[in-house]
Design a protein around this ligand. Structure first.
Ligand code: ASP
Length: 341
């Protein structure tokens, strides 16, 4: 089931949380056992636990399972986040990442992605076309070029020179959705709380080293040439191996304006828990004078060096997938706007 639909259909009932033996503290637990989603929704905060661990934005259990498989085989956090993100990039049914991503207003699928390792090295691609695994191209930029970011045609040429295959990323389903959108096409991209589905993933390996990655086709029906927060180091993603890491999803423009992920990591450096840091970063957005936050969604997930995690969003229905202590679970995020809830 599509992440968005799943989250919409889910209703929160009951209480309960599967925890590993080393978890120190859990709070706000709610479990959803809704028949038709075959999954659990759990709200939790401030839990700590054993390494390795993986967290990701939204409901992406297959992706976190892949990342955990890499970590359990002794792989490092960088390999884990890359391979985890690749699962969603290859998933044609996910219309927000890689193949099958919804196009811009002109029908072009353009991808943004970045990756960051334990040394603070990073690589990123923006406005990449025709290459499914944008996150892997970003890693190549980091490892095989003296640069941090490649854009557009140059990024594509580089990818092809590295052996990536060019292919058409616009699937029939995404083309159909775009044709439908064109009937009433508005100048602005559709901005609501549901059309943001960047996959952001953070992992800590058994050595305690942290890496992160982020990949997206950006806002559906965006203006041609538009680039969001996801490939911008410090906005869509930031990793500091001494402190922790954060990744963002939602309306990229708002994340860029507050340098969101860097902000969350710096707040953790000042002593805030990942949960508190995510909440503070959201409050910077919603408390701006004349903020129109009711019209858009932003969500953050974060992890600190101790394996504590947090997530927070402006509106309801944001979630994080977390794999730790043998439990791969969807954790419903707490959120700011409780009006009409
Ligand atoms: N943050 C992404 C962007 O603005 C969108 C998303 O999270 O889906 O491009």
């Amino acid at each position: 089931m599509k992440r968005r639909k799943f989250l919409k259909n889910a209703s929160l009932t009951g209480v309960g949380l599967a925890v590993g033996s080393t978890l120190a503290a859990c709070a706000d637990t709610k479990t959803d056992t809704t028949e038709n989603n075959n999954s659990e929704i759990v709200t939790a905060s401030n839990s700590t636990g054993t390494l390795p661990l993986v967290i990701a934005t939204w409901h992406v259990k297959e992706a976190t399972a892949k990342a955990m498989e890499v970590l359990q085989k002794g792989g490092n956090a960088l390999d884990a986040v890359e391979q985890g993100c690749m699962v969603e990039e290859a998933n044609e049914k996910g219309q927000s990442v890689g193949k099958g991503g919804l196009p811009d207003r002109d029908g072009n699928v353009t991808l943004d992605a970045c990756i960051m390792d334990k040394h603070g090295n990073c690589g990123s691609v923006v406005y990449l076309q025709n290459i499914t695994h944008a996150v892997s191209v970003a890693r190549k930029v980091m490892e095989d070029t003296p640069h941090v970011m490649l854009a557009g045609e140059g990024a594509k040429k580089f990818a092809i020179s590295q052996g990536f295959e060019a292919e058409d990323l616009l699937t029939e389903a995404s083309k159909e959705a775009w044709e439908k959108w064109k009937v009433e096409a508005k100048y602005k991209p559709i901005i609501n709380i549901e059309n943001h589905d960047t996959i952001g993933m953070l992992a800590i390996d058994k050595n305690g080293d942290i890496s992160g990655a982020c990949t997206t086709s950006g806002l559906a029906y965006k203006m041609g040439g538009r680039v969001g927060d996801s490939p911008i180091i410090g906005s869509g993603l930031f990793v500091d191996n001494e402190i922790g890491a954060c990744v963002a999803t939602g309306l990229g423009e708002e994340v860029v304006k507050t340098v969101g992920s860097f902000l969350v990591v710096e707040l953790m450096r000042q002593g805030k828990s990942p949960q508190e840091a995510c909440e503070e970063a959201i409050s910077r957005i919603v408390n701006k004078p004349n903020s129109n936050y009711k019209d858009f969604q932003v969500g953050y997930i974060a992890v600190n060096k101790n394996g504590q995690t947090g997530s927070y969003s402006i509106h309801q229905w944001f979630s994080m997938t977390k794999f730790q202590d043998g439990v791969n679970e969807q954790i419903q995020s707490d959120f700011f706007n409780k009006e009409n809830v």
